[in-house]
Design a protein around this ligand. Structure first.
Ligand code: CUA
Length: 359
């Protein structure tokens, strides 16, 4: 006695694990291709769902036949003789090769059909071009149509086709904002292209999806999809940056730290100033961005800027920002300066600034 109960309990373990795995898919995980907000991710999702349905039906048929055979042809008491041994049945074998071949062909149809749409290069006056460059461990976004560069936060106009040219400055990364499109590898010396489009305004999470070193997991990004009018204002604010002419007090002192010999400007560019370094992310408009250090620290507030400036290597070990220790006063002034460098904030950006982790 007791043995049966124990076996039953052991049998419950895989069931509980399966239930946990299934239910784990419930809840709100906003960074998901199942929450598709544009034609590219919708096509990719529908191809996945169609294939999963087809495979589900095949799975049910196969499992049903196995269960049927196990019950129908089971050994019964009193049956002693060995059943007839069947070896080779050409007709049956040809039949199941044909069925498997047809199944595989059918499985390829949805992705192949969508591939023709996804492989197009968008053309026309409304297309926005963005060059995406992966770095260890941050994203550079160049807007050649508008002659400016930004980092870690890609802005796109809702409803417009966006042509992405994706490459890398060092190792292989992979650009991924699942609500908008599947992954595209960023490979040094090569340019991969895809088009994306968001039909719903919002701020969408993304991240690097190819292991690229120690801080691969801290190579995050956000895509801000805003109305075409808001996008244009954001572009304008990059073309007419705040600069330093009007600064006073701590912000001005912070600029002097930033501009000092052997400091921030050697690695960072801020448009409208003489800081033109290109080793680190372009910091034009840093005061309006949603996170610090490729969204390693969210939100982009005084506390997180202070954490970063106190010890960038403690926050993100191995990153390129190796700096002498700053004084409390310098950090306070730098924060005031960085926060003064704002760009246009659309309603989507304002909502994300208020509720940093939501989407
Ligand atoms: Cu870049 Cu992982």
């Amino acid at each position: 006695m007791g043995g049966g109960g124990r076996h039953r309990k052991v049998a419950l373990v895989p069931l509980a694990l399966a239930a946990a795995a299934l239910l784990g898919g419930c809840g709100t995980y906003p960074q998901s291709d199942f929450n598709a907000v544009g034609p590219v991710s919708q096509l990719q999702r529908s191809a996945l769902v169609e294939d999963m349905r087809f495979l589900g039906v095949i799975g049910i048929i196969v499992i049903g036949l196995v269960i049927y055979a196990a019950i129908r042809f089971r050994h019964r008491p009193g049956e002693e003789e060995t059943p007839a041994q069947v070896e080779g049945n050409p007709r049956l074998e040809i039949a199941w090769w044909v069925v498997i071949a047809l199944g595989l062909i059918f499985l390829v149809v949805p992705p192949l059909r969508d591939e023709f749409v996804l492989a197009q290069t968008p053309k026309g006056p409304d297309v926005v071009h963005i060059k995406v460059v992966g770095h260890q461990w941050w994203w550079e976004f160049q807007y050649p149509d508008y002659q400016f560069v930004t980092a870690n936060e890609m802005h796109i106009p809702v409803g417009a086709k966006v042509d992405l040219q994706v490459t890398s400055a060092d190792v292989i990364h992979s650009f991924w904002a699942p609500n908008i499109a599947g992954t595209l590898d960023a490979i040094p010396g090569r340019v991969n292209t895809e088009w994306i489009q968001a039909d719903k305004p919002g701020v969408y999470w993304g991240q690097c999806k190819e292991f690229c070193g120690l801080n691969h997991a801290n190579m995050r990004l956000r895509v801000v999809a805003e109305s075409p009018a808001d996008f244009q204002k954001w572009v304008d604010s990059h073309q007419h940056p705040v600069g330093v002419a009007q600064l006073t007090g701590d912000a001005l002192a912070g600029w002097q730290v930033f501009d000092g010999p052997g400091t921030c400007k050697n690695c960072h560019t801020i448009d409208g100033t003489d800081a033109k370094g290109i080793i680190g992310p372009n910091l034009t408009g840093i005061g309006s961005r949603l996170g610090v250090a490729a969204m390693t620290l969210v939100p982009n507030d005084a506390q997180n800027l202070s954490t970063w400036l106190h010890d960038p290597q403690a926050v993100k070990p191995g990153n390129d920002m190796v700096i002498p220790k700053l004084t409390e006063q310098q950090i306070k002034e730098l924060i005031a300066f960085l926060q003064s460098q704002k760009t246009y904030e659309s309603p989507q950006v304002k909502a994300a600034l208020e509720n940093p982790l939501a989407q």
